[in-house]
Design a protein around this ligand. Structure first.
Ligand code: IPM
Ligand code: MN
Length: 326
């Protein structure tokens, strides 16, 4: 039976890269029943729609959602990010953001597991006395035992399946003495249940140095929402560029659909020119195939994408080369 997948190309280069992803999935022999959703910055500017409750309800009945990128100049920061992307992550309880970084050439093969529903993204805080000399802005970081533990457990489960069986916790326990304490204690407790997994701890600032100087040392990394956001842009930059950086926003409990999107943004400066690299979207599509139980197709697409993602000739040429290699 065809998998029922919501397609949201979004803005800028989003629709261009998703078209290649769908082409490659079809070439891999997997049948999707797709439903298109015209949402993002451009749609917002057109009629004010961001993400309605009825759309969200429809999404709950899907098997997965495949997203290009959202963001359009002219929309104030935060409107689409919070109203669409983060609302999706929170409402669909996509509590794991899994971001693999692979470069055979440089010997890099690491995966960041980013907690995806809490931390500084939770939206705790506010502004008092706005636009006065006495203005106060607070932005809290929310860390629940449940949220921290399910991210850490997912990371241990993943690390126990890799060749190296190594898991690094990244945080800032030397300064963030409350949230860091909860993360470290939870990590240590869960570690006892996984004696086959080697563990390590890096402060996130030091991890930035290691990501640049010796990313080969990493296998699986688990970290909070904001550290994970920053580390995964860096991970992309050191492992073949952001054009290869894929992500899966997962609801591992499968109480609803998971969402798959490249790490990169909508890149309005190069939209419509046919030069965006679709590889990150294609690898995200492979992660979707794996989540849908199509392991064989996922393996083939992933291998071809990492191998041919550097093909010259632009967006369509790269998609064609990967599709042809299947
Ligand atoms: C990402 C993006 C998002 C994030 C933005 C667009 C809300 O940067 O997926 O990494 O900060 O999580
Ligand atoms: Mn980001």
């Amino acid at each position: 039976m065809a998998h029922k997948v919501g397609i949201m190309g979004g803005d800028g280069i989003g629709p261009e890269v998703i078209a290649e992803g769908l082409k490659v999935i079809a070439a891999a022999g997997v049948e999707l029943e797709t439903v298109d959703y015209d949402l993002g910055g451009a749609r917002y500017l057109r009629d004010g729609e961001i993400l309605s409750d009825s759309t969200l309800e429809e999404w709950r009945g899907l098997d997965a959602i495949y997203v290009g990128a959202v963001g359009t100049p002219g929309v104030p920061p935060g409107v689409i990010e919070r109203g669409l992307l983060l609302k999706m992550r929170f409402e669909l309880d996509l509590y794991i953001n899994q971001r693999p970084f692979v470069s055979a050439e440089d010997g890099i093969d690491m995966t960041v597991i980013r907690e995806n529903t809490e931390g500084a993204y939770a939206g705790e805080g506010g502004i008092l006395r706005k636009n006065t000399p006495f203005e106060v802005a607070t932005q809290g970081s929310v860390n629940t035992r449940m949220g921290v533990e399910r991210a850490i457990r997912y990371a241990f489960d993943l690390a126990s399946t890799t060749e190296r069986k190594h898991l690094t916790l990244c945080h800032k326990t030397n300064v963030l003495n409350f949230s860091g304490d909860l993360w470290q204690r939870t990590f240590n407790e869960v570690a006892e249940e996984y004696p086959n997994v080697d563990t390590d701890y890096n402060h996130v600032d030091a991890a930035c140095i290691y990501f640049v100087q010796a990313p080969q040392q990493y296998d699986v990394i688990v970290t909070d929402n904001l550290f994970g956001d920053i580390l995964t842009d860096l991970g992309g930059a050191v492992s073949g560029g952001i054009g290869f950086a894929a992500s899966a926003n997962l609801n591992p409990a499968r109480t609803g659909p998971s969402m798959f999107e490249p790490v990169h943004g909508s890149a309005p400066d190069i939209a419509g020119q046919g030069i965006a690299n679709p590889t990150a979207a294609i690898i995200s599509g492979a992660m979707m195939l794996r989540h849908l139980g199509e392991d064989d197709a996922a393996d083939r697409v992933t291998a071809a994408a990492y191998k041919l993602g550097d093909t010259q000739g632009g967006t369509v040429a790269i998609g064609d080369a990967i599709a042809a290699a299947l």
